[in-house]
Design a protein around this ligand. Structure first.
Ligand SMILES: Cc1cc2nc3c(=O)[nH]c(=O)nc-3n(C[C@H](O)[C@H](O)[C@H](O)COP(=O)(O)OP(=O)(O)OC[C@H]3O[C@@H](n4cnc5c(N)ncnc54)[C@H](O)[C@@H]3O)c2cc1C
Length: 511
């Protein structure tokens, strides 16, 4: 993959602004056609906003944790989020279940901010911490009794809760604002160029945390990245999530128990044979949210969407809404428990599982995990499986387990406790940029356990703490004193040592 050349978006920077964010149009941009490249050069002067120690781009799980952690370290922090609310996939994407942070007994595998946020959200009714009944074979929070404990959330409550958290910690937030570009000088980002209704603004930053999920900032600052499968560049299908209310949970659970068919594969086979099921996937996944009659449906599989291509994402949203309308009608007519179901909400943000991954000095591989490699720079763990759907066969998910005899494609020596090394978040060559979340430097199959939201929060928290050294002593993120970072993480309740983990869980399925 050719690396994008580093660009300077803002050619002329105006005088520094006083206190407070300053927005407003500068002189009109000038452009001169460069017909040979099919491109036009764009240059304008734009206002400089207030300077921050840390600008966090993207307010999803990794970005929110990063912003809170950096602020807790005493830094000034601005969190820039493209949507109108914080929470990322959990709220705007309506993937309303935080996975990967607890084992099947409900014990915490991700501590620190994730645990604190999940427990407080649950105490205020914005989240649930389900306790599984071992006597029950299927439960509506993922259906399998060995399913790793998710934390279902109410996306509206959590968005509000995150607003409150940012305010309480003193994190400044800009919603409906894109991190559009960067200014780079000698391998350091000097400004994040943000765009919102006020126009373009240059925000001076000493450290930048790229939590966009798509490595937008890393790509725009000239960092190395890869995208999709090594051979053909294909990426796992996208999903437009939706919520339905008025589901009869008892009836649905009873049906699934009787049929022993939690993903409705037999039902879908019947419906396809009868000409009722028109979709190119044979899988149905739904999970109960905080109210027993409300489920999120994670089923639509949009093959061929590129989450870094504006046109492709638009097409995915439109195709997704069309499929949701058909799917809800089929559920109401054919699936027990859904007869009275009502479409409650469709996500305003497309569910993109995979796009760019940065290339760090070190990349975590399938082999590393199969061989149980130790990572001395571990900053957290994930308790989740390897479930990235196949780009061409959307119903196929290659699972991992610690038991080779099950015949899964991967075996993982240490069970499902996947370590999260610090080094996979550090892009090159930009010195003051770190990239927590789903764009980390791992082989794409390893994304399965790493990309779910609790480990993303663990990575975000570590990034925010690491930023203190970058801002304080002017180190690069690659030069951060990792033992000191790990010690600080222990102090704030994060789990960074294998010895602190609860016992290893067995296998896992789906997201
Ligand atoms: C369909 C689907 C189902 C999934 N199921 C589950 C599940 O059940 N449980 C689970 O835990 N995980 C699940 N995952 C995985 C998980 O949701 C994501 O991998 C995780 O949210 C990644 O966290 P993040 O912080 O890296 O990015 P995101 O959650 O994607 O957050 C990134 C944020 O950055 C913002 N942003 C992006 N670009 C810019 C920009 N240039 N400027 C400003 N803001 C920007 C976005 O609006 C977004 O709010 C699922 C993912 C998908 C797509």
């Amino acid at each position: 993959m050719p690396h994008p050349s580093r660009r300077t978006f803002v050619k002329h920077i105006g005088a520094a602004a006083g206190a407070g964010l300053l927005f407003g149009a500068g002189p009109a941009a000038t452009g001169a056609a460069e017909s040979a490249a099919g491109q036009v050069r764009f240059a304008r002067s734009i206002p400089i906003a207030r300077a921050y120690d840390v600008v966090v781009c993207g307010g999803g799980p990794s970005g929110c944790a990063a912003a809170l952690a950096a602020k807790r370290e005493g830094l000034t922090v601005l969190l820039v989020e493209g949507q109108g609310q914080l929470g990322g996939m959990a709220t705007s994407g309506m993937v309303s279940q935080w996975l990967g942070g607890r084992n099947q007994k409900g014990e915490w595998v991700v501590g620190g901010l994730f645990r604190a946020i999940a427990e407080e959200a649950a105490s205020r009714g914005y989240a649930l911490l389900p306790k599984l009944d071992p006597a029950k074979k299927y439960h509506p929070f993922g259906w399998f009794n060995w399913f790793i404990h998710g934390v279902p959330i109410d996306p509206y409550g959590v968005a509000r809760f995150l607003d409150e958290k940012m305010k309480a910690f003193g994190v400044d937030v800009l919603l409906l604002t894109q991190a559009a570009d960067v200014l780079v000088d000698e391998n350091r980002i000097t400004h994040v160029v943000a765009f919102n209704k006020s126009g373009l603004t240059a925000i001076p930053a000493r450290a930048v945390i790229d939590a966009t999920g798509d490595a937008d900032v890393a790509a725009r600052s000239g960092c190395e990245y890869v995208k999709g499968d090594d051979e053909d560049g294909l990426m796992t299908p996208a999903t437009l999530e939706f919520h339905v209310s008025h589901v009869d949970e008892e009836k649905l659970t009873c049906y699934i128990e009787n049929q022993r068919d939690p993903k409705l594969r037999n039902k879908i086979r019947e419906l396809r044979a009868a000409g009722v099921w028109p979709f190119p996937y044979d899988i149905f996944i739904c999970t109960q949210l905080t109210h027993p009659d409300t489920f999120y449906v994670n089923t639509i599989r949009l093959v061929g969407v590129d989450g870094t291509d504006g046109g492709s994402v638009t097409e995915g949203m439109i195709r997704g809404r069309e499929e949701i309308e058909k799917l809800v009608a089929i559920l109401r007519e054919h699936v027990p428990g859904f007869e009275g179901a009502r479409l409650k909400a469709v996500a305003p943000l497309l569910g993109v599982r995979e796009t760019r991954r940065i290339v760090a000095d070190s990349t975590m591989t399938v082999r590393d995990l199969s061989e149980g490699k130790e990572f001395p720079d571990t900053i957290g763990f994930s308790m989740y499986g390897w479930d990235l759907p196949d780009p061409k066969k959307p119903s196929v998910q290659p699972f991992a387990t610690d038991d080779a005899s099950r015949g899964y494609r991967y075996t993982v020596k240490k069970g499902l406790n996947t370590p999260l090394p610090y080094c996979v978040m550090v892009p090159r060559p930009i010195r003051n940029l770190v990239c927590p979340g789903r764009a980390v430097s791992v082989e794409r199959q390893v994304l399965g356990p790493v990309r779910v939201m609790a480990p993303c929060m663990a990575m975000g928290e570590a990034s925010g703490i690491a930023a203190r050294q970058v801002v304080g002593v002017g180190a690069a993120f690659s030069e951060v004193d990792v033992p000191q970072l790990r010690q600080r993480l222990r102090e704030v309740g994060a789990i960074v040592d294998e010895s602190a983990l609860p016992e290893i869980a067995p296998r896992v399925d789906q997201s």
